[in-house]
Design a protein around this ligand. Structure first.
Ligand code: ASP
Ligand code: MG
Length: 401
């Protein structure tokens, strides 16, 4: 039995017409002899609208109830797609997370998939050619519906593919993964291949490539992900473990900007490793992501700087108050209006001088880097928000992206 997982994003199922178009595409795959597991997102902006609706009722909605609400979005598209498929004569059936027992961890709105019951799937594949499964949702130990975080249907798709050890195709309104956001930079090039590591860096940096958890799973189980458009037949991008031998490795594969960064500086900290641990623990407890950390000693004190996203400021302030209770003389300052500009590429491992070229490009637009972080395949730099796009353009030129 040849099985494939196909995922269709929100814009691909935004209207009845588009749902029928997706049904046609799925049917073609069935005609080629495949059994298809289709994972769908909620129609268009449904999830956004549901969140808005919840906030009109409650300013900070209870997360269990929020998940209960959000899970309806995907159920609508799954049911409609199954109807459209049946009208085309395809033996199809829709399922929600509960029915295929997509088991997740506890955390509402940010749950992780633990396991999927392939028994239900194989049982139903006996007399169906297409199973349509709701993306983005699962069921926790308590039997409550959970969701996987915004954009989480990618993760449902890859988790299903990993469970069944079959390929995964992800369709959306962009026809692949680009060197940088093609909606902002029309000259961006489409990549034929990208490695898991690069895709992970890019998603972590805020590029809307794939849900990052989905790439983690794909990497762990070595499931190739094919990303393409549901609106045309253009060749897409394959996310793989390593680039094919014949392909000349580019030094930099992609560049991206992550907006809304705040630079936090905590000054006059006593030099005490326990305090640092306390700060990072309190921050982690509140699920605040901090990034670009720098520690500078000065006259027996420590100056700690790092970045956070604007939304996390309140939680961070609480974390600092808690961790530094009883400590005297420290100060914190918050400076907004920053963006993080990053370049990513596995080729950096083997080509020296990438950082020099990166900083040279930034210098040409008058930027002196403030905070910098690197990994083996990434360099990120904090830059003023108002210069970020211009800087990115210069970087694109420098690395011929
Ligand atoms: N519908 C959900 C969202 O908008 C999940 C997804 O699209 O993947 O975040
Ligand atoms: Mg969506």
């Amino acid at each position: 039995m040849r099985i494939v997982v196909q995922k269709y994003g929100g814009s691909s199922v935004a209207t009845p017409e588009r749902i029928k178009n997706v049904a046609q595409r799925v049917k073609r795959k069935v005609d080629e002899g495949y059994k298809v597991l289709v994972v769908v997102s909620a129609m268009g902006k449904t999830t956004d609208n549901l969140i808005k609706l919840a906030r009109e009722v409650s300013p900070k909605p209870d997360t269990r109830e929020l998940d209960m609400l959000l899970a309806t979005g995907e159920q609508i598209s799954a049911a409609l797609l199954a109807m459209a498929l049946k009208d085309l004569g395809v033996r199809a059936k829709s399922f929600n997370a509960f029915q295929v027992r997509i088991r997740t961890t506890e955390e509402h709105t940010a749950a992780r998939i633990v396991d999927i019951d392939d028994g239900v799937i194989f049982e139903n594949l006996k007399d169906h050619d297409v199973l349509v499964v709701t993306g983005f949702q699962g069921v926790n130990e308590k039997g409550d519906l959970t969701t996987l975080g915004r954009g989480g249907s990618d993760t449902t798709a890859v988790a299903l593919a990993a469970k069944l050890k079959v390929p995964c195709e992800i369709y959306s309104d962009v026809d692949g993964i680009y060197t940088c956001d093609p909606r902002i930079h029309p000259n961006a090039k489409k990549l034929k291949y990208i490695t898991y590591d690069e895709a992970l860096e890019l998603t972590a940096l805020g590029a809307k490539v794939l849900h990052s958890r989905s790439v983690e799973i794909a990497k762990k189980y070595n499931i190739p992900i094919y990303c393409a458009s549901s609106f045309n037949e253009e060749e897409g991008t394959l996310v793989v473990e390593r680039l094919p031998e014949w392909l000349e490795e580019p030094v930099v594969t992609g560049a991206t900007i992550s907006h809304g960064q705040i630079k936090v500086t905590v000054s006059y900290l006593p030099k005490d490793a326990n305090l640092l641990t306390a700060i990072f623990n309190e921050v982690a407890k509140r699920l605040v992501n901090i990034d670009m950390i720098s520690l500078v000693p000065s006259n027996g004190d420590l100056f700690l700087s790092f970045t956070i996203l604007e939304d996390h400021r309140e939680d961070l302030e609480k974390a600092l108050q808690e961790a530094l209770k009883g400590v005297e003389g420290w100060k914190s300052s918050y400076q907004g209006g920053f963006a993080k500009l990053s370049i990513v590429g596995v080729g950096m491992r083997t080509s020296p001088g990438v950082a020099a070229r990166f900083f040279e490009a930034l210098k040409r637009v008058g930027i002196t880097p403030e905070l910098v972080t690197t990994s083996e395949i990434k360099i990120s730099c904090l830059v003023p928000e108002e210069k970020a796009e211009e800087a990115l353009k210069e970087v694109i030129k420098e690395f011929e992206l």
